[in-house]
Design a protein around this ligand. Sequence first.
Ligand code: IVH
Length: 667
Amino acid sequence: MVSAKIKKRHADLCEQVELHNYRYYVLDDPLISDAEYDRLMKELMEIEHDHPELVIPESPTQRVGAKPLEEFPEVVHAVPMLSLSNAFDEDEMRAFDKRTREKLSVEEVEYAAETKLDGLAISLIYEHGRLVRGATRGDGYTGEDVTTNIRTINAIPLKLRGDFPDQAEIRGEVYMSKDGFKQLNEYQKKHDSKLFANPRNAAAGSLRQLDPSITARRPLLFYAYTLILPDGADYPGTQTEILGKIKHWGLPVSSETRAVKNLEGCFDYYAEMVEKRPRLGYEIDGVVFKVNKLAQQESLGYVSRAPRWAIAYKFPAEEAITRVKSIEVQVGRTGALTPVAKLDPVYVGGVTVTNATLHNEDEIRRKDVRAGDTVLVHRAGDVIPEVIRVVKEKRPKGTRPFSMPKTCPVCGSDIERTEGEAVVRCGAGLYCSAQQIQSIIHFASRRAMDIDGLGDKLVEQLVNTRLITNVADLYRLDREQLAALERMGDKSAENLINALEKSKKTTLSRFLYALGIREVGEATARMLADHFGNLEAISEAGIEALEAVTDIGPVVAQHIVHFFHEKHNIDVINKLRKAGIHWPDVKRLKRLPLKGKTFVITGTLESMKRDEAKDKLQALGARVSGSVSAKTDYVIVGSEPGSKAEKAKQLGVKMINESEFMALLNQ
Ligand code: IVH
């Protein structure tokens, strides 16, 4: 006999675990850390181990109870799972809205606006609040019974909450977050297993595993968008109300859902989501608009396999097929040689792309990309377009594998490959004009010396016409020389001279960063400045002294020492100082209340730009990082935060809002 006390504890634990799943997946507002959650699960498992009679199918421990299957049984969908008609541009949206209004004989229509997640459609059947079946869409009429796998997804409740109906079928999408997908592929790579091409394939592959213990280890998520009740049942009046109900019953629905008015409302929502898309934690391939009133949906009905009351407005594809015209090798600031594919122009990710990176020699060999090949290119958000793979069937005859040049394609110097690194570099340093150009572009950039009006093209012109060879030469340029250049006039020449003059007043950390020492980014530059206080001390510091600075390891220390040992670099620095570049002394006894703390900023801040916030934090000794990890101390969450907030939540990192952040700054 199990004591009443243990029975009670068992029931409490079951309830708590469910509550925390709900807080985490549905409300997006967890109450406890992952570690605390794991402790609850562990205690529950221990009790059930000692008292097997307490185990019930709805216990959170029973998500991965089942044995591997031989095959998935077939299911017939009582109501077919249809698809959506698509719109690819504003005109197609206009036609949809016009048709809708005409059929309904109304002037105005309210739409439920939803995101279109890229995953796979699933039907869930709940009887008396218990999950009894989960099935794939299949061909829309028959699918596969994947209940044992569905049960392993924590975001899908085994039991509904609150005031649920006796019978309900809820449909939605099983998907994988961008982070989850990345982690899964890292795991696969480590175990020499197959990599997935995208989160959608990863989600589909994970759900179709015959062994549910594999599915259980995959980071699958779910969001619901459709409710089907038995004939004659009472539905809420609108799609948005349906989603509200579903959420109350404990299933996740997209937090981006809202009701919008007319075509203008649809266009606004679309524009908003295009902008937000790169910051979302999951892939979306468009948005969906559904006539919000169910009565109106009914009168519109269906055409063949899609409802007349809904449309998917798709985003421009992020992948496209095109042809590689040639492969060029570009030389970067540190001499790194990057092979770049020159492409037949192709529209992808909303822009026309003509170049895509091939990263390095190993990558190019692995993908075996050749001039003349037909390739799949990817571009998302602001990322550099890249070649994903070659369509081998379309390879013309006579192509040859690409090989990296043996000497620098710009200056002809020897090429070096450091052991253990994939990149090869031109060893000529600043004698190579490509490296001159790139280092000057870096020097002038906003976060470095901030020389307004000195763009990439102008730097190229200045170097190629031999007016300058290094950053010190910039300060010897005069107005006449500049005005005589292509695309320059008197006015822009004068502006540039003024900008150069203005840039002379700087800070030690900006100057250090501007020098472009390998591996010395903004944060390291700031630490160096704070630690040593002046340039002389840094330039004379040995490896050991440098390694005493927070975050500087042997490699970076070596780069710094090497930099200040090059006579050429010292000459340039001396010339720059002679030209009048100056900075105030760094007060070394500055109070650094945030020293040793790492911050990440996500979302939009009201009171300042992100760059400004970063400067302020660094001035107080903090480190500002671009990604959240277990080492992050604080995540500052502005409005419309991205996936970083989710990650912070997962890792139990402290999150603060803008006013808490301001308080930290003003302490
Ligand atoms: S409504 C008849 N809403 O897109 C209504 N579908 O092309 C059909 N999808 O099979 C579904 N997000 O896999 C709907 N908010 C959303 C959706 C969505 C993604 C998928 C779903 C469906 C396909 C239709």
